[in-house]
Design a protein around this ligand. Structure first.
Ligand code: MG
Length: 159
């Protein structure tokens, strides 16, 4: 099923190595021996969890339906314009971020604010595209993967 998830994400313009890059950047300071390859493996492990898959399926479907203008009003307009007060996309992303403990919440807040890497690309890509949910799903997956690595490493950052 994580293969199907990777295919769905790719269809929506997101490659696993782009999520892995965010994870790497979040954790490299804590885990000096960390590799991008390992981050891809951890992202894949996150995507193998059913609750993550259900969140991704839900968010991606709403983005696609909004692109096709198939949602009932006013939800269509709210999701299509990424209404600032519509926070359900963040709720879904946070649901993923928390699967390895609350440490994921901190990363999610940071990624949501700074729009790092592919998250920024999704956020800027609004011409004929709806990525209202996808940016938060990616931030959630990256945060969960970073939390999983942090729990296995458990070392303070040496500056
Ligand atoms: Mg969003």
């Amino acid at each position: 099923m994580s293969k199907e998830m990777a295919a769905l994400l790719q269809e929506r313009g997101v490659y696993l190595h782009e999520i892995a890059q965010i994870v790497f950047d979040l954790q490299k300071c804590f885990v000096p021996e960390l590799t991008l390859e390992h981050c891809v493996e951890v992202v894949t492990a996150v995507l193998s969890k059913r609750e993550v898959q259900f969140a991704v399926l839900t968010g991606a479907a709403l983005d696609i339906l909004a692109e096709e203008k198939k949602l009932p009003s006013p939800l269509q307009e709210i999701i299509q314009t990424d209404n600032l007060l519509y926070g359900i996309d963040e709720v879904l992303g946070l649901g993923i971020a928390n699967i390895y403990g609350t440490i994921g919440t901190t990363s999610f807040g940071y990624l949501d604010k700074e729009k790092v890497g592919v998250i920024g690309k999704l956020n800027d890509n609004k011409i004929n595209k709806v990525n209202t949910f996808m940016d938060d799903l990616v931030a959630g997956i990256a945060s969960a993967a970073a939390a999983k690595i942090a729990h296995n490493a458990g070392r303070p950052c040496k500056k």
